[in-house]
Write a protein of this length. Structure first.
Length: 374
């Protein structure tokens, strides 16, 4: 029997792969000159690689750009660093070119640094952290107004319905009961929104995040997630987080509850993974602080549910946005507010079979008191 010969394609060369990557990437030498760049970098800087190779990096980025300091930091520490919302705009390439920076050492060549830029679209110019905080703050004034303009009239409506209930027949008493029930439901919704108008400083203390996670896991496993498997992937060496313990419980309980509801009670093989890690390279700009704040403590809640719909994902942390039939759409907006009040950020990555909520928080730099897991 004649054997059919298979044609094997030759693997592409490294430069072809380099140029196929969609994000601008370039290699910086120890003297801070660019020695290589891909096609996306050529497009970003609007000059050819040949010209880029003759330029010191400081000639291509704004004066005093954080990128220069990040490169020095990576050389000194030998560790990769990420920084979000950095403006690399210049008069030549455009005045507003905000990017996320990913800077890493090239292990095989000491002193050489690889830089990747992830350019943000116009619709995504706002920092993820600031966007999510804005989503929470957007209902702050509305909450204060609702408390006065809606709760007071509702009290009168409910009182009038109770008076009517005493003088109407049984058939109409159902309607007066309905008025009272709906008035109570609206009051509860307004009460939940009033949380957004609380501008008092958060009372914080050093908190062992694993104590909080164990508490949340126990609550979930004995209630809404009793039919699901909850796994742990903890980094036991994590330092404490400077936070309000009760509010952290509220944040993580909400995220775990959302994951359980996304999977559904009848789904076979439903899993939720709680994980922690230390990410020393993540730094963010925080309102009211000129310095970029390090957010190395990562807390993740991952599930294997169907994922978040594409049309909802960009607005996931906005108030009143929900895919649940009976949901109010305030849970994740409140989560974003609490995380933001702690100086942290929250992100969501989702695809069918894998949804991950990532919370990045600052750590507590003092000593941690002994604390047992309750």
């Amino acid at each position: 029997m004649e054997r059919r010969r298979m044609t094997r394609l030759a693997p592409p060369d490294n430069q072809a792969v380099f140029n196929a990557l969609p994000h601008p990437i370039f290699l910086v030498a120890p003297d801070d000159k660019i020695i290589d760049a891909n096609s996306a970098a050529e497009s970003f800087f609007d000059i050819s690689t040949q010209f880029l190779r003759r330029q010191p990096l400081k000639a291509l980025v704004p004066f005093g750009s954080p990128l220069l300091a990040l490169i020095d930091q990576v050389r000194a520490s030998g560790l990769p660093v990420n920084e979000y919302k950095v403006d690399l705009g210049t008069p030549r390439i455009g005045g507003d070119r905000q990017v996320d920076l990913h800077v890493a050492p090239l292990g095989e060549a000491p002193g050489h640094i690889v830089v990747m830029l992830q350019e943000r679209s116009i619709a995504d110019k706002m920092d993820r952290q600031l966007t999510h905080r804005s989503a929470a703050r957007s209902v702050t004034a509305l909450a204060a107004m609702l408390a006065h303009e809606i709760k007071n009239p509702l009290s009168g409506i409910r009182g009038a319905a109770q008076l009517l209930e005493q003088s109407v027949g049984d058939s109409d008493r159902t309607l007066t009961r309905l008025i009272c029930d709906e008035a109570d439901r609206i009051v509860k919704l307004v009460d939940r929104m009033e949380v957004f108008s609380d501008q008092r400083p958060v009372e914080r203390e050093p908190v062992n995040i694993h104590v909080v996670l164990e508490h949340v896991k126990r609550l979930a496993a004995s209630g809404f997630a009793r039919n699901l498997t909850i796994h742990e992937e903890y980094d036991p060496s994590l330092p404490p987080v400077l936070a309000n313990r009760d509010q952290l419980v509220q944040v993580l309980l909400n995220l775990v509850k959302n994951a359980a509801e996304a999977i559904g009670p009848d789904t076979a093989g439903g899993e939720i993974v709680l994980s922690t890690a230390y990410r020393p390279g993540v730094r963010m700009a925080v309102q009211g602080n000129k310095e970029r704040v390090s957010l190395p403590l990562e807390i993740c809640v991952r599930d294997n549910g169907p994922g978040v719909a594409d049309d909802i994902r960009p607005y996931l942390f906005d108030a009143f946005v929900t895919s649940k039939a009976q949901g109010s759409g305030l849970g994740l907006a409140l989560v974003a507010k609490i995380v933001g009040d702690h100086g942290g950020i929250i992100e969501c990555e989702s695809q069918p079979g894998r949804t991950l909520f990532r919370v990045l928080m600052p750590i507590y730099s003092g000593e941690m008191p002994d604390e047992e897991i309750d």
